[in-house]
Design a protein around this ligand. Sequence first.
Ligand SMILES: *Cc1c(COP(=O)(O)O)cnc(C)c1O
Length: 402
Amino acid sequence: MPSRPQLAHLTAALDELREKGTYFKLRILDDQQAPVCHYDGRQVINLASNNYLGLANDPRLIEASIDATRKFGVGSGAVRTIAGTMRIHMDLEEKIAAFKNVEACVVFQSGFTANAGTVGSILGKDDFILSDELNHASIIDGARLSRANIKVFRHKDADHCEELLQEISDEPGKKLIITDGVFSMDGDIGPVDKLAALAEKYGAIMMVDDAHASGVLGRNGRGSVDHFGMHGHVDVQVGTLSKAIGALGGYVCGSRELIDFLYHRARPFLFSTSHPPSVAATCLKAFEILEEEPERIERLWDNTRYLQSELKGAGFNIGGIDTPATETPITPIIIGDGRKTMEFSRALFDAGILGTGIAFPTVPEGKARVRLIVTSEHTRPQLDRALETLESTASKMGIINA
Ligand SMILES: *Cc1c(COP(=O)(O)O)cnc(C)c1O
């Protein structure tokens, strides 16, 4: 049934996107999430996934997932608090807590629900949230759900955060400072050390969202808290199981009491069914691999340095001019105009490269980009082929001077 007149405003909104040139169709992956794979029937070098360590299709994870399905079935059958807490869910939480060197961990259905469920439940309407202006949407939604007062500080600007803290120093409400560990669109690292020091000074709760730092930063991929040597100074560490870990899910690490509270109050935990056992088994295996094969992370960083220095050498704007400079495998090619960005992304695809165009509202107006992410599993010849195509396509379109 086509939409009825009640939904005419949606048609208008979509027409507006088409006019702006930022309307998109979903690209469909025909095989596995691998460095070379097929989208929409075309073979491409895939520089668009968050599968940093190649774990999404690692044979050992696939085996673990199948084994768990055979033993425990395909579904957990209930939310965690009713009847859906399986032994393997607890095993995973214990494994992550030990890995992150914290008392306890709770796993959520996704990183999104971990953030939204945690921020939304640990604060109330008389409290304050100090949030980086480029924090992830799930933090913003969680902040809104909490009904706390939201104070936004300029990107990575700890001095601005302190000014805001001083403005509310007489307020009795609790204060929460929150930052992404790695910012998902620019790839720069949040000032976890400085913000944690502020949290200490002003008695605020310190929270970090390590979605893009999990498996990427710190010893064996322990994240930004480990990267900065701030163990014991961050009250709430969020991570994802959907990116480097290769499967699906999110988690919160912290004190036993924090986790106990979330078991009782975080709404996605209480009101949405827990992971299938296969997902928990997959993630357990992934953490084993993180501990045993740090060389994967080395390869990821080698590939990152190579791709980024070649792109810079070719004259691409990969950030650091009018946008933050990347410090991680996230590699934005800043184009600016949304329409041109989408055209560049399509031309790349036609030439055999998958690099997703990202425009407003995911990034600010005028800061549209094609975002590239290499993985540990890309080979040098694949990267060289990708670089050649990126350069020839960009020079044809006047994005770089050749
Ligand atoms: C991807 C992402 C999330 C969401 O994680 P999912 O597991 O995909 O739901 C949260 N925060 C940041 C910063 C992210 O990049």
